[in-house]
Design a protein around this ligand. Structure first.
Ligand code: NAD
Ligand code: WQD
Length: 337
């Protein structure tokens, strides 16, 4: 299949591009490199022996996107491109609405012009917010508590409306839980700019000596050790979930939503211990106040993806930590460009 991957130079996009190429698909990446490096795609080409096409453009640029569709003729799109930092989204909300909603509108319009009917969209478990208790099923109530989350929630609704209006559309919404880890080669991984917002990249930088200690945001949650619990999923498993979704959509019209997680809750202190074990380095930490907006626990009910996609996460937290250590050790400054 010819698959156009927006945001394919980024963390999850590069791992998925690799998986697509390995499975024999042809890939064209459209990415403006606003939060990534072209080096990720060079390494994907090295690892697979196959070159993904690449267009450096903002997905909101209808002319560039139209030209990419004309040249490549995609049969399906995976839409990763988007801004993703929750805290930043409260500072520059309009940028988040413009980039995340705007890119989706342009993409859907250009897809329609070119008769491309299949789209897989990167949503987030953030849409479950604190509206109900985990494990979350795809039917759990959704909403959002910050501009980033609202863009995901709105795009889900836009896609559902578009699919309701056009019975030939095939839409797969993937609600990722907490992606972690790196390709086992250690050659591609997560390369956050500045101080990492997410737990695992922060822990990795403490282990490598780049940061002094981990601040644990709250140890008085109603969880077994008092720290927040999340559903951490290996990025290579997540990438495989996209291929399973694409395959499902080739036989099913309409709008579909799947949780992609492991179903297992893991605490902040569990992650610290797992990373210390994988790296052989102690991770000093200090308990800090709760981070505003955090929930005590978030993890998936993963039955629907198993039943419909035949997909489940296979890799452990220990493996994700070992793979992150390999990536971090070989690339202490990320892609360094
Ligand atoms: P990332 O920042 O590494 O990748 C996103 C890519 O999109 C980057 O390469 C960036 O340069 C590009 N991009 C952003 N806006 C663009 C635009 N308008 N036009 C063209 N390119 C653009 O992030 P990621 O972690 O790989 O996340 C991929 C997707 O998954 C995002 O939509 C994100 O919101 C979603 N998601 C991520 C997580 C997570 O924790 N990483 C969790 C849930 C959902
Ligand atoms: C995990 C746990 C923190 C950092 C975010 C987004 C979500 C999704 C994934 C995109 C929590 C604790 C963290 C630190 C800590 N992204 N923590 N010290 O908040 O579950 O989800 O990323 O869609 O939308 O909200 O992930 O990695 O930030 O935090 O104690 O320095 O680690 O409090 O319990 P989160 P996270």
């Amino acid at each position: 299949m010819r698959v156009l991957v927006t945001g394919g130079a980024g963390y999850i996009g590069s791992h998925t591009t690799l998986a697509l190429l390995e499975a024999g698909h042809d890939v064209l990446v459209v990415d403006d490199l606003s939060n990534s490096s072209p080096t990720s795609l060079e390494r994907v080409a090295d690892l697979t022996g196959r070159e993904p096409g690449f267009v450096e453009a903002n997905v909101r640029d209808a002319e560039a996107l139209d030209a990419a569709f004309t040249d490549f003729g995609p049969e399906a799109v995976i839409h990763f491109a988007g801004w993703k930092a929750v805290g930043e989204s409260t500072q520059i909300p309009l940028t988040y609405y413009r980039e995340n909603l705007g890119s989706t509108f342009t993409l859907l319009e250009v897809m329609a012009t070119h008769g491309c009917r299949t789209i897989v969209f990167s949503s987030s478990a953030t849409v479950y917010g604190d509206l109900s208790q985990p494990p979350f099923t795809e039917d759990s109530p959704t909403g959002a508590t910050n501009p980033y989350g609202r863009t995901k929630h709105m795009i889900e609704q836009i896609l559902a409306d578009a699919a309701a209006a056009d019975a030939s559309l095939r839409v797969g919404v993937l609600r990722y839980f907490n992606p972690i880890g790196a390709h086992s080669s250690g050659r591609i991984g997560e390369d956050p700019k500045g101080i990492p917002n997410n737990l695992l990249p922060f822990v990795a930088q403490v282990a490598s000596g780049r940061r002094e200690k981990l601040m644990v945001f709250g140890d008085d949650y109603p969880t077994p050790d008092g720290t927040g619990q999340r559903d951490y999923i290996h990025v290579v498993d997540l990438a495989a979930g996209h291929l399973a979704a694409l395959e499902y959509l080739t036989g099913h019209d309409g709008y579909h939503v799947w949780n992609l997680g492991t179903g297992n809750p893991t605490s902040v202190l569990d992650i610290r211990a797992a990373y210390a074990k994988a790296s052989g380095v102690e991770i000093p930490y200090e308990v800090a106040p709760r981070r505003p907006g955090d929930v005590a626990a978030s993890y998936a009910n993963v039955e629907l993806a198993a039943a419909e996609l035949g997909w489940h996460a296979e890799r452990s937290i220990a493996q994700a930590c070992a793979d992150t250590v390999r990536w971090q050790t070989a690339n202490p400054d990320g892609y360094a460009d």
